[in-house]
Design a binder for this molecule. Structure first.
Ligand code: UTP
Length: 292
């Protein structure tokens, strides 16, 4: 029996981005470019390709530029139209029509769990997807859509998971999992930033989840955890332990735009595939590599 179709998504984008300072001082890390598009546009496009219709972006007082990116710029559009730059004009107009976008500000930076809690009235009584604003995942089958299908099949909260290295797991979340079939797992326990003796497995939650609306009451009761922040993982733990959650080891390549190396990897790999600059960039990279 299929469960509800996921129609709404939340993109938390109100973090301080301390790992990518100084660029994130005045420029939101979610607006960092991957060749010619900001990270958050790739994420919105993934949500749209996953069948999402309404998207709430959680911002804060320094992130108005995110809202501007998805809006019209009449004087720029008029200039493109009058100079016959139809392709650029079409692309710009396409960005404004991607989805129904909504914005709300997280008034204090109290953690990812607190940011998701700001979405309560937008979400209402439906299950919804969460796409972390600094995690870009590129692939033919959108990662968010893979999680939505798992929700429709099992009717439980879903987390996007991947195996990480023993060093990374200490900075991420660690999950207790049992394989269901193929890339699907049952998740029954989790811990955020475990000490080495508390690691449950090398599977970690990366960048995407689908949550039932019951998460909001749980978040209201969740005290600050690791780093003094309200951790979404701590709230999801309550779901995992009571009802269980589904883990999807999604296909697609994830780029962590909240970390300097991740930004460089994304730029390099997307540039190599880019229709306009890909060939020249490949040539340049080969020449450069020969000198290393
Ligand atoms: P991160 O923990 O990766 O973001 O949160 P951060 O706090 O900006 O990172 P550092 O450690 O300071 O570099 C994952 C996602 O949750 C959002 C972030 O914008 C990011 O997209 N977030 C985090 C919020 O929206 N609000 C918060 O209070 C914290």
């Amino acid at each position: 029996m299929p469960h509800a179709k996921i129609r709404k998504a939340v993109i938390p984008a109100a973090g301080l981005g301390t790992r990518v300072l100084p660029i994130s001082k005045a420029l939101p890390k979610e607006m960092l470019p991957i060749v010619d598009k900001p990270a958050i546009q790739y994420i919105v496009e993934e949500a749209v390709r996953s069948g999402i219709e309404d998207i709430l972006i959680i911002t804060n007082r320094n992130k108005g530029v995110i809202e501007d990116h998805f809006d019209h710029v009449p004087e720029l559009e008029a200039r493109l139209a009058s100079s016959g730059k139809d392709d650029a004009l079409q692309e710009l107009n396409g960005i404004t029509r991607l989805a129904n976008l909504y914005f709300i500000r997280q008034k204090e930076t109290r953690g990812l769990g607190h940011a998701v809690g700001c979405a309560r009235s937008f979400v209402g009584a439906e299950p919804f997807a969460v796409l972390y604003g600094d995690d870009v995942i590129l692939g033919d089958d959108p990662a968010c859509g893979q999680l939505c299908r798992a929700y429709e099949e099992f009717g439980l909260g879903v987390v996007g998971i991947k195996e990480v290295t023993p060093e990374q797991i200490l900075r991420y979340s660690s999950l207790k999992v049992e394989n269901l079939r193929d890339n699907l797992y049952r998740v029954t326990d989790m811990i955020e930033k475990p000490s080495p003796d508390k690691v449950l497995s090398l599977f970690s939650i990366l960048g995407r989840c689908v949550l039932p609306p019951a998460i909001f009451d749980i978040l209201d009761r969740t005290p600050p955890g690791a780093g003094g922040e309200i951790q979404l993982t701590d709230a999801m733990l309550a779901l995992a332990r009571t009802q269980g959650m589904t883990g999807v080891d999604f296909t697609g390549k994830r780029y962590d735009m909240g970390n300097k190396l991740g930004i460089l990897q994304a730029t390099c790999e997307v540039a190599l595939r880019h229709p306009e600059v890909g060939d020249d960039f490949r040539k340049y990279l080969k020449e450069l590599a020969a000198t290393l």
